[in-house]
Design a binder for this molecule. Structure first.
Ligand code: GAR
Length: 207
């Protein structure tokens, strides 16, 4: 059984999707053993507590320096014996110390179809604002491995959603979460825990 550590910063609806999937038996060979938040007021922490999952808080604002923050996060994840680290609405970019300690063992859910609308500055509602400004008719979500390049690691799963007339960033975010993120994140986690994701350079294959 793999130990899954989930990193969060906010509402935690993606964490909830993972918890619900685990309860349904849809996370094969994996268990959420720890939730770590960068924000002490994140509602995600409540969700974890309500489900009896261990929580830790590493407040990003307490650190001037991302390197010290990353070192402490790496140590916390090693202490938790994480086999998989899931960024589920985690809003801090960690440095290479963490990536090196967990090579191809960290995944992130991004609320757009990478390589569009991603990279530094594209997070949360900003992504959906940029999508609406661009005029694209399709958007979606991506689950990918975390590497040193922001939003640049091998793509595991993607799913598309329509942009509809009259959408606001909030309505679009809700559709992308419901139709895409909450589905593909638990799927990708389950595939990983079963050892079914093969990485070939920039690409992945589900076996
Ligand atoms: C989600 O849409 C997630 O994809 C996004 O923030 C939201 C968090 O919601 N993450 C990023 O933008 C990271 N680059 P949640 O806390 O309810 O899961």
């Amino acid at each position: 059984m793999m130990n899954i550590a989930v990193l969060v910063s906010g509402g935690g609806t993606n964490l909830q999707a993972l918890i619900d999937a685990e309860k349904r038996g849809d996370i094969k060979n994996g268990k959420i053993t720890c939730v770590i938040s960068s924000n002490p007021n994140a509602y995600a922490l409540e969700r974890a507590k309500q489900n009896g999952i261990k929580t830790r808080v590493l407040v990003r604002k307490d650190y001037d320096d991302v390197h010290k923050y990353s070192a402490d996060m790496r140590d916390a994840l090693l202490e938790e014996k994480a086999d998989l680290v899931v960024y589920a609405g985690f809003m801090t970019i960690l440095d290479e110390q963490v990536v090196k300690a967990f090579p191809n063992k960290m995944m992130n859910v991004h609320p757009a179809l990478i390589p569009s609308f991603c990279g530094k500055g594209f997070y949360g509602l900003h992504v959906h604002e940029a999508v609406l400004e661009s005029g694209v008719k399709l958007t979606g979500a991506t689950v990918h491995f975390v590497t040193e390049e922001c939003d640049g690691g091998p793509i595991i799963l993607q799913r598309a959603a329509e942009v509809k007339a009259g959408d606001t960033p909030e309505t679009l975010q809700k559709r992308v979460m419901e139709e895409c993120e909450w589905k593909i994140l638990p799927q990708a986690v389950s595939l990983f825990c079963q050892g079914r994701i093969k990485i070939n350079g920039k690409t992945t294959e589900i076996i």
